[in-house]
Design a protein around this ligand. Structure first.
Ligand code: TYM
Length: 384
């Protein structure tokens, strides 16, 4: 990678450096969510979305067309996914919360892919491990609260029989020069991964209407291919709405990742673990000594606790402004801001874990096999 030129790189597997999201929009050829478009989304939804308001969801392709379709009564459907390579972390849950928000406010179907095959091919794991993580992740996703009759969650290795023929049609339109240019696949890449993009792209064709994908911007390379081949298959180009990537506790470089659980807040973490991780590891924009801090204040732009509170937790504009002002001018100390973050995290995780434990298994079974949409999907072969 050419780190000197850009100082960061984003791929579906890794993020290096401190991402400049303005530059990334240009590099990937996506579009910024403008104030007008944000307003149009909120008007149609009849409610405001926190992540969009905070510009944490910041970029899109064809979101305007999704709204055109919706306003004309043509509808749309939602698609997202997660790779079961470990327990999920608080970054992973954002695209699911976004998807749920769209489902709740636009009353549309949701398809959720679990590419267990991809994680077997990329992460050097055994299928037993992938399956164990999948069972745990499935309950996390179920706990988000999708409509069980309008949501279909599927694992690739299980649903492949219904998808295979249509996937061969997608695969026929993708050649090796494309996957090597887009993903950097080369002679040492196993051939499973070469084929995998066909499977991540296929669900964008599960319905005739337009597909909207709420996901992290790191997944965008797949959708570039989708948008190239959709017209050849006489289908619509998929639309996307992208979230930024939550950095690890250790600071703005890179992203939070399941493979580095010490530097991430996992959805399974207990209150003491959260406290210890935040207090010990969260990168501070505060000054080294108390005296200096009182004089100069904190650099909010790099402070993990402040950024997480602003982007992920505190909805109340006045409250976050007040924290920013006091911390930025040195009237609040890092320990105090971290303490607020610990409380917010533990409140969110406590509620999430309760739902996961109480209802996770039952709802996941419904959304995978027994709900209305799930039953319909198992009864049909995907056509293209
Ligand atoms: P995966 O498992 O890497 O990530 C799942 C979703 O979480 C997003 N994400 C993050 N968001 C914020 N902060 C982070 N630190 C962070 N890390 C990951 C990802 O962008 C993604 O939206 N191949 C995919 C699984 C997949 C998929 C899809 C994703 C299959 N079909 C359709 C999105 C849409 C994967 O391994 O994601």
């Amino acid at each position: 990678m050419d780190m000197e030129k850009d100082d960061f790189e984003v791929t579906p597997w890794d993020v290096e450096g401190n991402v400049d999201y303005r530059k990334l929009i240009e590099k990937f050829g996506t579009e910024r969510l403008t104030e007008n478009l944000k307003e149009r989304i909120h008007e149609n939804a009849g409610s405001k979305n926190f992540y969009i308001n905070r510009d944490f969801v910041f970029s899109h392709r064809d979101m305007d067309k999704v709204l055109d379709d919706y306003e004309e009564g043509d509808g749309f459907f939602l698609y997202t996914g997660v790779g079961p390579s470990g327990p999920m972390h608080i970054g992973h849950i954002i695209s699911f919360k976004m998807t749920k928000w769209f489902q709740e406010n636009f009353d549309v179907n949701v398809y959720i892919q679990f590419p267990d095959d991809e994680k077997y091919w990329t992460r050097g794991k055994k299928y037993d491990d992938v399956e164990r993580f999948a069972q745990d992740n499935l309950k996390d996703v179920a706990a988000v609260g999708f409509d069980p009759d309008k949501t279909f969650i599927f694992k690739n290795t299980e649903y492949i029989g219904n998808m295979y023929k249509a996937a061969t049609k997608v695969a026929k339109n993708i050649n090796n020069s494309v996957v090597s240019a887009v993903f950097g696949f080369g002679s040492s890449t196993n051939i499973g991964l070469n084929w995998y993009p066909a499977l991540q792209i296929l669900p964008t064709f599960f319905e005739e209407g337009r597909c909207l994908i709420p996901a992290g911007i790191d997944q965008d390379p797949y959708w570039r291919i989708q948008r190239d081949i959709a017209p050849k298959l006489d289908r619509k180009k998929a639309a996307q709405i992208h979230n930024k990537l939550v950095p690890a506790l250790t600071g703005p470089d890179g992203k939070m990742s399941s493979s580095e659980p010490r530097n991430a807040i996992m959805l399974n973490d207990g209150p003491n673990e959260v406290r210890e991780k935040v207090m010990k590891r969260a990168y501070s924009g505060g000054q080294v000594t108390k005296e200096e801090h009182r004089k100069k204040g904190a650099d909010l732009s790099v402070d993990v606790a402040y950024q997480w509170l602003r982007n992920l937790f505190i909805d109340n504009e006045n409250k976050i402004k007040e924290i920013g002002k006091k911390y930025g001018q040195g009237d609040m100390l890092t320990g105090e801001v971290k303490q607020i973050l610990v409380e917010e995290l533990n409140k969110f995780l406590g509620e999430h874990q309760k739902k996961k434990e109480n209802k996770g298994k039952k709802i996941k079974d419904k959304m995978m096999y027994k709900g209305e949409l799930a039953k319909k999907m198992w009864d049909k072969n995907i056509e293209l």
